[in-house]
Design a protein around this ligand. Sequence first.
Ligand SMILES: Nc1ncnc2c1ncn2[C@@H]1O[C@H](COP(=O)(O)OP(=O)(O)OP(=O)(O)O)[C@@H](O)[C@H]1O
Ligand SMILES: [Mg+2]
Length: 398
Amino acid sequence: MKRAARLTRRSAAHPGSAARAGGADNLHDAHKALAAIVDGASDAVISINGDGLITLFNPAAERIFGHPAALMLGGPMDRLLPVAVRAGHPALISRFAQSGVTQRSMGVGRVQGLRADGRMLELEASISQAVANGQVALTAILRDVTERVAQERLIETARDELAQLNRRLLEQEKQTSRKLAQGLHDELGQTLAALRLHWEAYRGAPGAQRAGMDERITSLVVQANRQIRSVLSDLRPPLLDELGLAAALDNEIRQHHVEKDAAEVGLQTSAEARSQRWSADVEYATFMIAREALINALSHAAAHHIGVRLSGNAAGLELRVEDDGIGMATDTHVGRPGHLGLIGMRERAHAIGAALRIDGALGHGTTITLSWAQEACDAGEAPCAASRRPEGVPREGT
Ligand SMILES: Nc1ncnc2c1ncn2[C@@H]1O[C@H](COP(=O)(O)OP(=O)(O)OP(=O)(O)O)[C@@H](O)[C@H]1O
Ligand SMILES: [Mg+2]
């Protein structure tokens, strides 16, 4: 209301004849109405005079910038501007004042401001100028779009990450197909061709010459079987379908032990988790998350000990991969540009309706926790992939 009073006082300061008094009354009312509009506006309205000093700072400006009008009126705009643009601001203003243009958008329709608490503001802004009593007054109308801009940036980042992830998945699919084709053609194909030759030779050979040939045929059959298994294990994590998550994790950890013995890796599984089977989607996602977390801990953490823990039952499961290594800075928890492991882990968790948490800080190790609950899927609270194990899928020991 202070600003309304200022406008009103100025306009009432020049009384004249009765006619002029009537005109002055009208002007006075118009000023009052204008002041009420400015005070009630949800956008910041800030005016400066020809000397660059603030003459109007409405309540929305107080709320958006966090400065009281009493502090701002009569002073320069500096504290509302990011430090980097302060020096160039007077030149911009005087260029606009001399341009003769009455109204235009500021920046490319958006400028940055500085709040009293140091936070950066994103503002949609337009500026106008008017001359009254020979004095130029420049007025900026500023809308706070900080939240919206932050959301837009998040969406853009998520979109970029998904596009990258998609590219990686396509690349992996290409590599898998190439490997599969190679495995089938170069290995299995050769073995089967040799098997056919040996079998034909065996069939055509007189009984006395068959000795030893049957052994060679048996060994080729064993070799073909091994090659099929090797191709299959590239397509699905070994043991996951046959024996379940706990066994597949155990197998995975053993393989890393052989490859890299710098860190000691331990697996703890509850008895319930060892006999429990979850849907193929949930088991596969959990396995792949564990694999990435394990590889990350082995590659980045310089840990002495890495613990993998699996617990759960039909109602849900929890996987924890914990290391005592160098830890991660909290701003890395969302992932690093161009690195897709953590982002992929989140995507996999999201796809089965599970929650993924990353705990730890620099120097304090890292813990990745995946929590999945059947209930959330049943209640439709989460975007779950097929979360029930289809009928007829064998459990361990059946
Ligand atoms: N257990 C860990 N301990 C310490 N730092 C880690 C750990 N896990 C991840 N990091 C850090 O987080 C970063 C991001 O991990 P992320 O898995 O997303 O990518 P990456 O492993 O570098 O590459 P890739 O895309 O092949 O997975 C890593 O580069 C590493 O700096
Ligand atoms: Mg990784």
